[in-house]
Design a protein around this ligand. Structure first.
Ligand code: GLY
Length: 363
């Protein structure tokens, strides 16, 4: 049984069903209705995790799994936009330009392909960026995937292998006994051989008997879904000092995202929209005439060390955590699905699980 039908829960259910396991997924709302629906789907370990070596290892490993992961999903026949068109991090002042040139040296030393573009090269490569920009750092290995479409494909693919999705059903507690794990949800009781708790920020609210709740905090992100009306759309993911932008082939541009410690509040605010529109306009002059299609809000599940919690609880061995993916849930999806299905189906304890164990906060 999997609790949570976001990108993490759906990918685990799919990986298990694909291996012949009988899987039921519960979600209190529906597929991709939590943090996933507000995700821009950026796949960029060297941008997101360059200052966090353990996270960089996890995210770069997961990125390397993406092509095969997407290829397998093609059988579901649900179109999912997935592009490895690189990222361009833009410097709007000289200090940023120096920092990015230092970053290029750091990437060169690690054998990661990166290219520094001065102001005029940047203008040619990405004419939508403000002409006063001082330059940009292009990292070819990066890309993006449309997160909600990805979950739709994962759900369809998992169903093809027999997975069952029951929703809305809110799991309240899980107990692990010698013979079975028991989930109590609303007025129902389910038994399973194992239960994976993949409910993002809400994982903390699913009580696991004998185990302390994970020290998780939701971090709100507000993201604008724009429709580009004025000329050419940015050609790839653009990362600026105060926002990032992801272009979809249908002329949408996602601009995100705020970082707010406001508990479980999923409402958009004037301040959030203002911060994103101001940041987008300073990066792209044409943003002023873009249409606001939607404001999306998600709660990122953050643990104190900014690493996810994946693996069995020693004191509840039929319960497996798979949450706390914070800013990188979509990027970490293929690795998380592989780690959890490897653990449950093959009994393989990948060495990385020691570092991301859900028990690490009790020590
Ligand atoms: N990874 C981008 C964000 O969390 O906003």
């Amino acid at each position: 049984m999997v609790v949570g039908a976001g990108v993490i829960g759906a990918s685990i259910a799919d990986a298990l069903a694909d291996r012949g396991v009988s899987v039921t997924v519960l979600d209190m709302r529906g597929p991709a209705r939590g943090a996933t629906q507000a995700s821009a789907g950026i796949l960029a370990p060297y941008l997101e995790a360059h200052d966090h070596p353990a996270l960089l290892d996890l995210t770069s490993r997961s990125l390397s799994l993406y092509p095969a992961f997407m290829e397998k999903l093609a059988a579901a026949d649900v179109p999912v936009e997935f592009a490895r068109t690189g990222t361009l991090e833009v410097a709007l002042d000289d200090e940023e330009a120096r920092r990015l040139q230092g970053m290029k040296a750091w990437l060169d030393a690690r054998g990661v392909e990166a290219e520094w573009l001065d102001s005029s090269a940047l203008g040619e490569r990405e004419p939508t960026v403000h002409p006063s920009a001082r330059g940009g750092l292009f990292i070819a290995a990066h890309g993006f995937v449309r997160a909600r479409a990805l979950v739709a494909a994962l759900v369809a693919h998992a169903k093809m292998s027999g997975a069952i999705f029951e929703m809305p059903v809110e799991a309240a507690s899980v107990e692990s006994s010698r013979d079975a794990a028991v989930v109590r949800a609303d007025d129902r009781r389910y038994e399973a051989d194992a239960v994976v708790v993949a409910a993002g920020s809400w994982s903390k609210r699913v009580r696991v008997a004998n185990v302390a709740a994970l020290p998780m905090r939701p971090v709100r992100g507000q993201l604008l879904h724009l429709t580009w009306t004025d000329g050419e759309l940015p050609r790839r993911v653009i990362w600026g000092p105060r926002c990032y932008a992801v272009p979809w082939s249908d002329r949408s541009l996602l601009v995100g995202a705020t970082m707010e410690d406001v508990g479980f509040d999923e409402e958009p605010t004037v301040a959030g929209v203002q911060a994103m529109t101001t940041a987008a306009s300073s990066l792209f002059p044409a943003a002023a005439s873009a249409r606001i299609e939607a404001i999306r809000v998600g709660l990122r599940p953050k643990l104190p060390d900014e690493l996810p919690a994946i693996g069995r609880y020693a004191r509840a061995p039929r319960v497996i955590a798979a949450s706390g993916h914070y800013r990188n849930g979509v990027l970490l999806t293929p690795l998380t699905a592989a780690l959890v299905s490897g653990l449950l189906v093959d009994g393989v304890e990948d060495p990385v699980l020691a570092q991301i164990s859900p028990d690490r906060f009790e020590r």
